[in-house]
Design a protein around this ligand. Structure first.
Ligand SMILES: [Zn+2]
Length: 663
């Protein structure tokens, strides 16, 4: 068993703080510093670093400088160090300290690191831009097949379609304004804004120190300026800050140097911490989960096992994570963002066209629109991230519940489907899908579930049973060409995503002996091996009334004739107890809308985390829709609940979930 170091970041808020004269080794008399003053002083340091870094970035923002950094060697041909600030120093790019200021060298390092990160990100954007300019099509709105081939030859590996589209639009708008293509990247883009933060990791013990006080507190020593423009070293002082740690930071985790981020009158610290975990094995899995980024739902998964004669046996039950409500909310927010952007562009054009600028009312309106635009962007980002983490948590929980030791996913970087991007984007943006994949990997690593990507090509177009090309139709009884349903001549008929999930699981299990890890530790199966998928025998006997003709679904299930619903006034255990005259129901009955008094609690043994679920829907034959009790969008998520299964990992072994029913 190999061990790996897992790094995560906890966002903390600074608690009580003291300022000391002298050093942490020989502290003088401590004086308490209130929260406002601490935030103010952290703000001085942040502004200082931001100014130094912005100045340095502007002075090297030319294509010649970027070429020099991209070459990876200095003037004498030696390789540049991997640390950003060191590489810039080797090239002779050092922040200039304004006259009259006294700034420790470690602060200059932090500023250099900010600049280096901005420049390295710019190098990637520049490579994409250069490739698009070099293969500029006759009609930028519609590339021909030859155009795509030419473009892919120039592009860096792993560039997604959204990036290509956005960069193409940016260059097209430059061409429309200037009547020519840009000469270089720096002509197309101005230097990016340096974020308001201090990367203390670039400094050393002379500026910052971190130690753990106890299980839930850390102590951070950092030198902060006591005035906005420190003129001597007397204007710098050591601050001793107590940082409460969130429960996600295990007592055994090793704390690293934080990033300082003063905001809204508080001092935030992004504190990375390392945990050593045992890596899940890559091969030898006997039960797996295959998951597809859905067309019909966000995630559709299936439980699979290796079968006889090299086949794979899949469960007939689809596990679904659907957040249609959140997706629609994201759609509405994106539309709102576009409207705001249009209004802002309009006012900016008006301002540029007038010598006297805008009148005060329009200026105020423009400021308001910009602020609202930023807020909407942040909301989209946060909601997408929350959705991604929630989906990842659900997937890993399903793996535990099913006793699966591996989760197979499609490889995002080889997903290229020109033309079909609209349908994808409606459900999940590329960024959100990337966060989800990373989150699944992180949680899997922490909880000993291997997360492996398989090639994406042909997962939804090929039949999982026979491998022939599938026909995509509207529904099993409506053969109009559309996306939701998949049909095959061999008799396979299934939901499109469920069909794809089966193929992904089969591809993973069949190729598990060829699973490799890349340098970043991400596991993948590179070679496509498709094996026939069999459907598992249903363990429960079918009711005698049901015609046992065909097990395959050829048409929608006809709805049962319903009795007229009886109205119930309220629904609570107390109300049921008092309604003594009514006989107790002997079979499943339809529950009135609203919350149920039953709250099954799902607990992961060995952790303190627990989810409370509240069943919020009627129990259907194979599928129960649940809504997670709580605030926010969880109300809008429909997902397959965790069910206890008898299996190799069933029962109460570590790493599985137990469902406790409280009545
Ligand atoms: Zn088939």
């Amino acid at each position: 068993m190999t061990t790996v170091t897992l790094t995560a970041t906890a966002t903390c808020t600074a608690g009580a703080a003291e300022v000391v004269s002298g050093t942490p080794e020989k502290p003088g008399l401590p004086q308490p510093v209130n929260r406002r003053m601490l935030a103010e002083r952290a703000g001085f340091l942040t502004t200082l670093v931001q100014q130094l870094a912005s100045w340095l970035l502007a002075s090297v923002w030319t294509d010649q400088h970027l070429d020099q950094l991209a070459s990876g060697v200095d003037a004498e041909g030696r390789r540049l160090p991997s640390k950003g600030w060191m590489a810039l120093r080797r090239l002779g790019w050092i922040p200039l300290i304004p006259a009259g200021l006294r700034v420790p060298d470690r602060v200059l390092r932090a500023a250099g690191e900010e600049t280096a990160r901005a420049l390295r990100l710019a190098l990637h954007r520049r490579a994409v831009t250069t490739a698009i300019v070099a293969s500029w099509p006759a009609d930028p709105r519609r590339r021909t097949t030859d155009d795509w081939v030419l473009l892919r030859r120039h592009l860096p590996a792993g560039t997604d379609n959204a990036t290509i589209r956005n960069r193409t639009r940016q260059i097209a708008s430059f061409a429309a304004r200037h009547g020519r293509l840009p000469d270089g990247f720096t002509e197309l883009e101005t230097p990016p804004t340096i974020p308001a933060q201090v990367l203390l990791a670039a400094a050393d013990r002379q500026l910052v120190r971190v130690e753990r006080l106890d299980g839930n507190r850390a102590r951070v020593w950092v030198q902060l300026p006591t005035v906005p423009a420190p003129a001597s070293y007397r204007d710098w002082a050591w601050h001793d800050i107590i940082v409460p740690l969130p429960p996600t930071v295990a007592p055994t985790a090793k704390l690293c140097t934080p990033t300082l981020r003063p905001r809204d009158g508080k001092v935030r610290l992004d504190l990375p911490f390392d945990t050593t975990v045992e890596a899940a094995p890559l091969a030898g899995h006997t039960r797996a989960i295959g998951a597809d980024w859905g067309y019909n739902t966000l995630l559709t998964a299936v439980v699979a096992e290796p079968g006889p004669d090299g086949t794979v046996v899949c469960s007939g039950r689809a596990l679904r994570f659907d957040a249609a409500g959140v997706s629609r909310k994201l759609d509405r927010l994106r539309a709102h963002r576009e409207t705001l952007k249009t209004k802002i562009t309009h006012l900016e054009r008006l301002a540029a066209g007038r010598h006297s600028g805008l009148d005060p009312a329009s200026t105020a309106k423009l400021d308001l629109l910009r602020e609202e635009h930023q807020r909407v962007c942040a909301r989209i980002r946060n909601l997408g991230r929350a959705l991604a983490w929630s989906g990842a948590r659900w997937l890993i929980d399903q793996a535990h519940a099913a006793g699966a030791t591996v989760v197979y996913l499609e490889d995002l970087t080889c997903m290229e489907a020109p033309g079909s991007s609209k349908a994808w984007n409606r459900r999940l943006s590329n960024a959100t899908r990337g966060v989800l994949a990373d989150a699944v990997r992180h949680l899997g690593m922490r909880e000993q579930v291997a997360v492996v990507t398989v090639p994406a090509r042909g997962t939804s177009s090929g039949c999982p049973r026979c491998g022939n090309r599938l026909r995509h139709v509207q529904a099993p009884d409506n053969h109009k060409p559309a996306n939701p349903w998949a049909l095959c001549a061999c008799g396979h008929s299934a939901d499109r995503d469920f069909s794809a999930a089966q193929r992904i699981a089969a591809r993973g299990l069949a190729g598990q002996h060829r699973t490799t890890r890349n340098r970043a530790g991400q596991a993948s199966v590179r070679q496509t091996v498709d094996v026939p998928v069999q459907r598992a025998k249903t363990p429960t006997p079918r009711p005698a009334m049901r015609p046992a003709a065909s097990r395959d679904k050829q048409r929608p299930t006809p709805s049962r004739p319903r009795r007229p619903a009886r109205r119930t006034q309220g629904f609570s255990p107390a109300a049921l107890a008092t309604a003594g005259s009514r006989p107790a129901p002997t079979r499943a009955v339809q529950r009135p809308a609203g919350r149920t008094p039953q709250n099954p609690t799902v607990q992961v043994p060995g952790t303190t985390r627990s989810h409370t679920f509240s069943s919020n829907h009627t129990r259907t034959r194979h599928r129960v829709r649940w809504a997670v009790l709580g605030r926010g969008f969880h109300h809008h998520v429909n997902s397959t609940p965790l069910l206890q299964r008898a299996g190799p990992h069933g029962g109460e072994t570590p790493g599985t979930h137990r469902i406790a029913q409280e009545n």
